[in-house]
Design a binder for this molecule. Structure first.
Ligand code: AMP
Length: 280
């Protein structure tokens, strides 16, 4: 695996690969890698000639300084994991390489009304930071394919919109959620959970499953209510659990057979998100 820190070095590496007509799969991450990230690399390896993974803790997408400061950084372990799945390139730039000297943000304001819901409502400015960094990274890496996790479903819709508008040559690939054996969605933030919080955290997925079990015309609202009540109990600090249309992300007020149920809760000082796609 080649480790690249400088944008200029990445650009020359990529242009060599493009001369050889190689397809380039790109997996952007913020590091603290786990098997969820590795599943994206594996999907990219299957489809593309060269796989580039970036590790960059993007300061503009954090709406809380404390979250940015405490975000886990485990570069040595990340490198070992990337080697274990034969990733071709790790791009690990510093902030200046990506942003220059000013942390200016693009706006995602006109990406659609879904931008202000769910994560957009809970984390003002978050998607502005996401589109800003991805625009820069996509321009540098020039991928043929990008790979994103369903875990950040709303982010996937934002990325699809960015691609449609500015990078129509890129193919978007959605990868399913990798979970721990007890159902907890893998997340870089899970390491911040205390033993007791870690024991309770699988309830998030249990309650998404509960909603899917009640998913029929008569009982869907009952299922949502039960799951909400369960996740409103201490020590969970409830943010949202709602059923939405998978394309528009509009919250459902009448039953439809295909839906996505998205959830965000805080457990102690750790914010966790998850979702489940319900298909007829
Ligand atoms: P992050 O490092 O959190 O920015 O995540 C980088 C990419 O990995 C994003 O596309 C995430 O959706 C994806 N990802 C994070 N957790 C998981 C998971 N448990 N399963 C699959 N993909 C994931």
């Amino acid at each position: 695996m080649i480790l690249i820190n400088k944008s200029s070095d990445l650009l020359s590496y990529i242009s060599e690969q493009k001369q050889g007509n190689r397809s380039i799969g790109f997996v952007p991450t913020m590091g603290a890698l786990h098997n969820g990230h590795l599943s994206l690399i594996a999907a990219a390896k299957q489809k593309c000639d060269i796989v580039v993974c970036s590790i960059f803790v993007n300061p503009t997408q954090f709406n809380q300084e404390s979250d940015l400061a405490s975000y886990p950084r485990t570069l040595e372990n990340d490198i070992d994991l990337l080697l274990s799945v034969s990733c071709d390139v790790l791009f690990h730039p510093n902030i200046v390489e990506v942003y220059g000297n000013t942390l200016d943000k693009d706006s995602s304001e006109d990406y659609g009304s879904f931008i202000h819901q769910l994560e957009g409502a809970s984390r003002p400015g978050h998607f502005d930071g996401v589109v800003t960094v991805l625009r820069k990274l996509f321009a540098l890496v020039g991928p043929t394919d990008v790979f994103f996790g369903q875990k950040d479903y709303q982010q996937c819709l934002v990325v699809k919109t960015l691609i449609k508008r500015s990078f129509p040559q890129i193919v978007f690939n959605l990868c399913s959620i990798t979970r721990e054996e007890d159902g907890l969605a893998m997340s870089s933030r899970n390491v911040r959970l205390s033993e007791e919080e870690r024991r309770l955290a699988p309830q998030i997925h249990d309650n998404l499953q509960l909603v899917s079990q009640y998913w029929n015309k008569e009982q869907w609202q009952l299922g949502l209510n039960l799951a909400q009540l369960n996740l409103k109990k201490e020590p969970f600090c409830f943010e949202y659990l709602c059923a939405c249309d998978p394309f528009s992300l509009a919250e459902l007020n009448v039953f439809q057979s295909n839906a996505i149920v998205l959830v965000a809760v805080q457990l102690g000082s750790t914010r966790l998100i998850d979702n489940i796609i319900i298909v007829p």
